[in-house]
Design a protein around this ligand. Structure first.
Ligand code: IDC
Length: 477
């Protein structure tokens, strides 16, 4: 019987007879828009737009509004597909945020330029319905025109971020990609700074309550990257065991308010497609298990090498939907050609990615460097790419690309200064006691329980702890 009614309702809708069936069947529509100037500077501004659906659930939304001054132009938007035509700006939801339940809200935003005055936009509509802050569904009376909001006085300098308290995850919540940055729940760009584990198949003893406490409290890190090798005695030898070990490290990070980056550490062979089936199995499982957590970021291929960008892109476009199906709002990081050098170590450049980006939203691209091996020309590539692509340094070393050799303090400092300036997040190789100069702890440290005294740190560990433990000042307003 239920089925029959549903079928009748469908037919009625198709025939446009919904109103005849029952007055309640008319879709309720209505919306509220909270528009805020996040910051404003000479000639430019950043705005946050919170859209709340007050009507029936919608499966896709499009917001429109009018720029009230001819000098106002959309520069770059995020969390939606943005366009401007004349004074009308349109923002359409993306695959991961286009469904809006009743009462649900979505945060989008953009940067703009202006000349002269900079009043707030007007005439917000959601799917053609004026956003008056009340429900208009089934109401034959025309919706009132929105009252124009008072003009704010432009301030010449960007607003100073409000001081932040709490753990990194408390403050920033679920992160997302905004333009070329990683943004927090307030839609403000942030930089996450932290450490990478060594291969968890070898250094499992280093990841325990004491070492995690030290990372969160002494190092004041924001992030732990969990390097799960696939080969070299890794995942392929015991998929269930490694999946569960990764999950338990994710939980330890979550308990301390740290972000956890799950790294599918492919290295040899370098073509990630060799591990495509394993990647799908692994990510389907960890994404489903961790979908409700706010602290998880997925890195789908550590260092592709000996493979074209087209091959990597094809792999990414098969693995990302598997993650999205289980965990729609998590950020995914895609490795790049030439050991995640944006192709440079293979004689290419970032333009292959810029010209043919991965067909997915809410993603970033990985860049790796080893300070003693990769210097000015690599820094130039990253600086250039950072204006066009969302970048994350998911792994770097203070030493040579072998993971050993002498620490290069000058190059490491130049790199970290650059990353700070560009607000690019990073994880240092490694938070372990491996007998190699890239490790942060002296050999044997993980046999004991002291991860806090200065005596357990290596030269690299000391440098990184000093850098990472400085205040984050995450913006909250
Ligand atoms: C290195 C480890 C080393 C291990 C080797 C092979 O430091 O102990 O024997 O891998 O598994 C990378 C890789 C990372 C490397 C690191 C240093 O992502 O797995 O770790 N490196 O060589 N890319 C550039 C350097």
């Amino acid at each position: 019987m239920k089925r029959l009614l549903a079928l009748l309702a469908t037919c009625a809708t198709v025939l446009g007879l919904t109103a005849l069936l029952s007055p309640q069947a008319v879709a309720a529509a209505g919306c509220k828009v909270d528009y805020t100037f996040a910051s404003q500077w000479q000639g430019g501004f950043q705005a946050g737009v919170k859209i709340t659906n007050l009507g029936d659930p919608v499966s896709a939304w499009t917001l429109t509004f009018a720029m009230p001054d001819a000098g106002q132009k959309l520069v770059q938007g995020w969390n939606a597909t943005w366009a401007q035509s004349g004074s009308t700006v349109t923002a359409a939801g993306l695959d991961w945020n286009r469904a809006l339940a009743t009462g649900a809200a979505v945060d989008v935003g953009f940067t703009g330029s202006f000349t002269g005055a900079n009043p707030k936009p007007t005439a917000f509509t959601l799917n053609g319905v004026a956003c008056t802050g009340s429900v208009a569904g089934g109401d034959p009376t025309p919706t009132p025109t929105p009252t124009p909001t008072p003009t704010p006085t432009p301030t010449p300098t960007p607003t100073t971020p409000a001081p932040s308290t709490g753990t990194p995850v408390d403050i920033n919540g679920q992160v997302h990609v905004c333009g070329v940055n990683l943004c927090n729940q307030y839609n403000r760009p942030i930089q996450l700074r932290g450490m990478s584990t060594h291969g968890i198949q070898w250094f499992s003893a280093c990841y325990n309550d004491a070492s995690m406490d030290a990372l969160a409290q002494d190092w004041k890190a924001d992030l732990l990257r969990v390097a799960m090798y696939v080969q070299e005695e890794g995942y392929e030898t015991d998929p269930a065991g490694f999946t569960s070990r990764v999950n338990s490290i994710v939980d330890m990070a979550e308990a301390r308010g740290l972000y956890a980056m799950i790294d599918f550490h492919t290295l040899t062979p370098g073509d990630p497609n060799y591990n495509l089936a394993r990647a799908k199995t692994f990510f389907a499982s960890v994404a489903a298990r961790n979908a409700n957590k706010k602290n998880v970021i997925y890195e789908i291929a550590n260092e592709p090498n000996g493979v074209s960008w087209a091959g990597i892109k094809s792999y990414a476009e098969q693995v990302i939907p598997v993650i999205r199906a289980a965990d729609p709002d998590a950020v995914v990081v895609v490795g790049t050609r030439g050991w995640s050098s944006l192709g440079v170590s293979d004689g290419s450049s970032e333009s292959e990615v810029v010209n043919s980006p991965v067909n997915a939203t809410n993603i970033m691209y990985a860049f790796h460097f080893y300070a003693a091996s990769h210097k000015d020309n690599y820094r130039a590539v990253l600086s250039r790419a950072a204006g066009k692509l969302p970048m994350f340094v998911t792994e770097f070393g203070t030493v040579s690309a072998t993971g050993g050799g002498t620490l290069d303090r000058t190059s490491t400092t130049a790199w970290l200064d650059l990353l700070d300036q560009l607000k690019i997040g990073y994880a240092n190789w490694t938070y372990s006691d491996a007998p190699e100069s890239s490790a942060a702890f002296q050999p044997g440290t993980c046999d004991g329980s002291d991860y806090s005294s200065s005596g357990v740190l290596t030269e690299s560990g000391t440098l990184l702890k000093n850098r990472i433990s400085t205040s984050d000042n995450f913006p909250t307003g």
